[in-house]
Design a protein around this ligand. Structure first.
Ligand code: AGP
Length: 598
């Protein structure tokens, strides 16, 4: 999803080139076009392009020296993927440049306001189809017609915006940058006589580790040596703490793997090991809030929604508690059941997913308690939650969630054990799981799966079945295969097959059967038999081989942690399918890593 960057310093630098590099660090968020604006020799330099930032010819950027620049990587929402729609957007005189992440929901109303105020001068003013372009024109209107300063005009425009935004603006001749946020991510980095603004820390991690996260409806004015944060509505000064980023950029490199996705799959014994090192006291506090609740909900989106469903199953099986898991975008329906005795556990890798945040706002309005299971410290969901547990998976760069998903499973299990008052048992079990994954997940597993994938690469459809704890994994498997291989994939609970989907099975249709050694085994074997009788090509993911399988992917028997053993081979299968079909597994088409729009 869109990435924004801003820089201001006290000495001349190759600011356009620096912005280009910062945008490359945000590439993982997903985008389709990009652009940069910089002040150089008191003039506005700008560049916009469709396609990859990292492939841009940097020779034009090389010569641009200055103290101020802003940049943007765009993931199209309002208007197609064109240079005109790429950010930055400008006022008519090309003296004000704006980058924006989010949505201006009332952009039509603002256009009508400008049309009424400007009369004939409104004609031909807009150059793009975006919602964003209203912002520079609005700022310009307040400066030109209401004689406000750049700062006052920016604040006035900000107060008119409805929706979600992180905005950075610059104006030729003004020695400061302005920014504001409401609902979309924005982080400030403090360097030596210089400041950085970005959607995420990696954009400036090469320059500084000292960061500050502005809150919702706050705006800031930054020059090379000062930073002033204020409330957008009251203009009152806001004090927030600077913190230090402790994680290393090294953990966000490919380390010899051809793609981040493969690296992130193969390092899962490590990420699981970090995930289970949760402090007992923190788990106990988290579990206590859940225990004292009358209604318990898990919410998430995409992969995290499937993990939220597993959370529901784990608290039922391990702690005997009833919970309900919903996708963030559908949660509002349950608003009527929420009160101060309800607890909502948000599951999210990024902590920025708009649909989850929307669900949490509903919960917050009803005074419900918000807990979170996240990977990104300081993210918007982290800041909304009463208590957060971090999965400690390290930066997940590939769009497809892999190591974050298994880390979520591990911590959800620990939460359920803590809720049951059996945390020591849970931790012991999870330490064994980490050991088993470490022994099993070698390059040989990847190689064996690659051989199976050759037989699947030309198929149009693929189905996955599982029961009990494996049912959410069947759904998650489908997402993984869809998003990187672009093959039509669907997951079903094994028992649902004969109620409809079995009609899709023809001779040679590939079906993946998840058959761990648990209470679902016998029923799953019956379902697999039904499929084979209709000609399905069955790939079994199971600790034991069976005559029912055409192909067998052996996995360790992890007991209640079997979802971890089942999903890893599917992640590898999806990865190899993507590579074999010529797709970029790290940046699948149409997708973004952080989905910050509704
Ligand atoms: C996972 O492979 C997907 N790319 C996607 O479904 C993702 O899990 C979803 O958008 C939620 O993201 P979050 O965990 O950052 O909230």
């Amino acid at each position: 999803m869109c990435g924004i960057f801003g820089y201001i310093g006290n000495t001349k630098k190759k600011v356009a080139l620096m912005t280009n590099k910062a945008l490359c660090e945000l590439e993982y968020r997903g985008y389709d076009s990009w652009g940069i604006a910089a002040e150089s020799d008191k003039k506005m330099f700008s560049v916009k392009a469709v396609g990859k930032i990292s492939l841009a010819s940097t020779s034009a950027l090389q010569g641009i020296e200055g103290n101020v620049a802003i940049g943007h990587s765009r993931w199209a929402t309002h208007g197609g993927v064109t240079e005109a729609n790429a950010h930055p957007h400008f006022n008519g005189a090309h003296t004000i440049a704006v980058v924006h992440n989010g949505i201006v929901e009332n952009h039509d109303a603002i256009k009508s306001f400008l049309c009424e105020k400007l009369g004939n001068a409104f004609d031909g003013l807009f150059c793009s189809e975006t919602d964003t372009e209203v912002i520079p024109h609005l700022i310009d209107y307040f400066i030109t017609h209401e004689k406000k300063t750049f700062e006052a005009a920016f604040v006035e425009a900000g107060r008119m915006l409805e929706g979600r935004y992180a905005v950075v603006a610059m104006k030729i001749g003004e020695p400061y940058l302005l920014a504001m946020r409401d609902g979309s991510p924005l982080v400030i980095g403090k360097g030596n006589h210089e400041y950085f603004l970005a959607s995420d820390v990696p954009a400036f991690l090469l320059h500084t580790r000292t960061v500050l996260y502005p809150g919702d409806r706050e705006y800031l004015k930054i020059s090379a040596d000062t930073m002033l944060l204020r409330n957008l509505d009251t203009a009152k000064k806001v004090d927030r703490e600077w913190t230090t980023v402790t994680w290393d950029k090294g953990s966000a490199t490919k380390e010899g793997y051809p793609h981040y996705m493969l690296k992130e799959i193969m390092e899962q014994s490590l990420s699981l090991d970090k995930a289970i090192r949760q402090e007992d006291a923190k788990l106990a506090e988290f579990a206590k809030i859940m225990k004292d609740s009358e209604h318990l909900f898990f919410i998430g989106c995409g992969t995290a929604a499937k993990m939220a469903k597993l959370g529901e199953l784990y608290v039922a099986r391990i702690a005997g508690r009833l919970a309900h898991a919903y996708v963030g975008s559908e949660f509002k329906v349950y608003e009527q059941f929420l009160n101060k005795k309800s607890t909502i556990v948000a599951v999210s890798q990024s902590g920025e997913t708009a649909d989850v945040l929307e669900g949490l706002r509903v919960a917050d309005a009803m005074n419900a308690r918000i807990l979170a299971l996240l990977n990104v410290v300081g993210s918007s969901i982290d800041r909304m939650s009463k208590k957060t547990l971090f999965i400690n998976a390290g930066p997940e760069i590939a769009v497809a969630s892999t190591k974050a998903a298994t880390a979520q499973i591990a911590v959800l299990m620990l939460i359920a054990y803590a809720l049951a008052g059996k945390l020591a048992e849970g931790k012991h079990l999870m330490r064994g799981v980490v050991k088993d994954i470490k022994t099993w997940l070698t390059p040989d597993v990847s190689y064996d799966i690659q051989k199976i994938v050759v037989k699947l690469a030309k198929k149009n459809d693929l189905y996955i079945i599982g029961r009990g704890l494996s049912a959410p994994i069947a759904h998650e498997a489908a997402i993984k295969i869809q998003e990187v291989s672009y093959i039509h994939a669907e997951g079903f609970p094994g028992g649902e097959l004969k109620h409809g989907p079995i009609a899709l099975i023809e001779h040679g249709t590939p079906v993946i059967a998840l058959i761990p050694n648990d209470e679902t085994k016998r029923d799953m074997e019956s379902n697999t038999m039904e499929l084979r009788s209709r000609g399905a090509y069955v790939i079994g993911i199971a600790p034991e081989n069976s005559r029912l399988f055409d192909e067998w992917i052996p996995v360790p028997d992890l007991g209640p942690a079997s979802p971890i053993a089942s999903i890893i081979p599917i992640q590898l299968l999806a990865y190899h399918l993507a590579v074999l079909r010529g797709n970029d597994p790290d940046k699948p088409r149409n997708l973004a890593k952080s989905v910050t729009v509704k």
